[in-house]
Design a protein around this ligand. Structure first.
Ligand code: UDP
Length: 487
């Protein structure tokens, strides 16, 4: 490390949603541990979710701090109190929310005029990032929170436009020009990727892609050994500078750190660990669909019945319908009583990484959000895949067809955050969970997952592939700073 010059100063601005803020906090902490100064930018209502992790890191000696920006509620036309994508309830609100993020440019420029950072790492939707970086002569990197594989698929679909020739939503087609032969359908792809999608959504995405392509490069929460062919594809075919520095969740080593990611957990660390400690290794199925998904009462009822019929111990995180009266609406008669020795139901926020890392957990029913997928991989846990929205159907293909650590529950169509599909019935859920947990194939799948988990841990150790990429990125940022200062 260059000990003569002052430390690099990096600004981190995540997209305002839990699935973006949580990994970016881990990312900022990782950078700060390398001796750089990290300033994390967010809004007052988002701060409580991340301030503990940042304070703790600072107490350990890192130069990391939180700066608050007022959310532009007035300018955006959104009601007060909506400062996260997870708080928007309609497509109109989500679009207003994206537009609101344009208003951060001014306040951040004023901060930067004082701080003079060397680098700006931002999540998607900040379509003014390149402009800002150019004004200040600094390096602008993007952090989209997803892996190389979905980025490559999106790139392939944009370049080869196979959707133009596809008429039906259910017709299968091969995703062109990828290292693996993989099929998809129109109905599995995000709305905004389709030609006939709502025009303002598509326009936003186009703007975003131009912004991304104009940035200096991408920081990706992944590791080389997970998707080597797609790391190469991104660099060589797409021509994008990119650094894999994950899994970022692995920077949380102590139980206390693992249980303080995101919102305050709805269960105490001790209670959770005591429950897990009472179960045998690899016996528990952990069921969680991320921070955003909203299921119907009918779907929740099927999940409850399917899990019960599977005969496996489980932890089930129920996000919505978690009020007492609403629980009654879908909870099968006597379910909680029958399950009291076998199941732990967490209503609200679970300490996910703490749970996944416990030796008792042997399977994960997941919506395939990139963070969840990677956290499952890092913990060496095989999964039942149950995608909903965003790029989750692609992540499912990665888990089931490339990595071969997943069993699909059988959903076929993309949906918005509120699941509007016909419920997956209890028999399918029971069958998928049993296939995941029982039998020879399940053991083989678990062995593959454990091997990947070991590779993930090695990747972030000194000299591992992610650690090496982080060092080379820092070196490049120092070179850029010198060029910008002297050139
Ligand atoms: N998460 C958690 N507890 C919960 C739900 C989610 O800790 O009860 C964390 C999870 O560990 C992951 C993030 O929230 O880091 C969710 O991101 P992901 O990409 O999996 O899905 P999203 O919420 O964006 O759909």
């Amino acid at each position: 490390m260059d000990t003569q010059s002052p430390p690099l100063h990096l600004y981190f601005l995540p997209m305002l949603a839990p699935g973006h803020m949580i990994p970016m906090v881990d990312l900022a902490r990782q950078f700060a541990r390398q001796g750089v100064k990290a300033t994390f930018l967010t809004t007052p209502l988002n701060a409580p979710q991340i301030s503990k992790a940042i304070d703790r890191e600072r107490e350990l000696g890192s130069q990391i701090s939180l700066r608050l920006l007022q959310f532009p509620s007035k300018e955006s036309g959104l009601p007060e109190g909506i400062e996260s994508m997870s708080a928007t309830t309609t497509l109109e609100q989500t679009l207003c929310f994206f537009n609101a993020l344009d208003h951060f440019q001014g306040p951040i420029e004023r901060l930067a005029a004082e701080d003079r950072p060397d680098c700006f790492i931002a999540g998607p939707m900040y379509t003014w990032g390149n402009d800002f970086a150019a004004k200040f002569g600094i390096t602008r990197l993007s952090f989209w929170g997803t892996g190389f594989f979905p980025l490559c698929v999106h790139n392939s679909l944009r370049r080869h436009k196979p959707l133009e020739k596809i008429e039906s939503d259910t017709e299968e087609f091969v995703i062109p020009d990828l290292p693996d032969t993989l099929k998809t359908t129109k109905q599995q792809l995000p709305e905004s990727w389709k030609e006939d999608s709502e025009s303002s959504l598509k326009e936003k995405l186009e703007k975003l892609m131009k912004e991304e392509e104009g940035s200096y490069g991408m920081v990706v929460n992944s590791f080389y050994e997970l998707e080597p062919a797609y790391v190469k594809y991104c660099r060589e075919v797409m021509g994008r500078k990119s650094w894999h520095i994950g899994p970022v969740s692995l920077c949380n080593k102590e139980d206390g750190e693992k249980s303080q990611r995101g919102q305050a957990a709805s269960i105490g660390e001790e209670e959770c660990l005591n429950w897990l400690n009472s179960k045998t290794p690899n016996s528990v199925v952990y069921v969680c669909f991320g921070s955003m998904a909203i299921f119907s009462a009918a779907q929740l009822r099927e999940i409850a019945a399917g899990l019960e019929a599977s005969g496996q111990p489980f932890i089930w995180v129920v996000k919505q319908n978690n009020k007492e009266e609403e629980m009654k609406e879908w909870m099968p008669e006597g379910f909680e009583k029958r399950m009291q020795d076998r199941a732990l139901i967490i209503r609200g926020w679970a300490p996910q990484v703490l749970i996944l890392d416990h030796e008792a957990v042997g399977g994960f029913v997941t919506h395939c959000g990139w963070n969840s997928l990677l956290e499952g991989v890092a913990a060496g846990v095989p999964m039942v895949t149950w995608p909903l929205s965003a790029e989750q159907f692609l992540n499912e293909k990665m888990a089931t067809q490339i990595l071969k650590i997943g069993v699909p529950v059988g959903v076929q169509a993309w949906t918005r955050r509120t699941d509007s599909r016909a419920p997956i019935n209890r028999e399918n859920i029971e069958a998928a969970v049993k296939e995941l947990m029982i039998g020879e194939e399940a053991e083989e799948r678990r062995s593959r997952a454990i091997a990947l988990g070991n590779m993930a841990k090695k990747a972030v150790e000194p000299g591992g592939s992610s650690d090496a990429d982080l060092s080379s990125l820092l070196e490049e940022l120092r070179i850029n700073r010198n060029k910008n200062l002297h050139g």
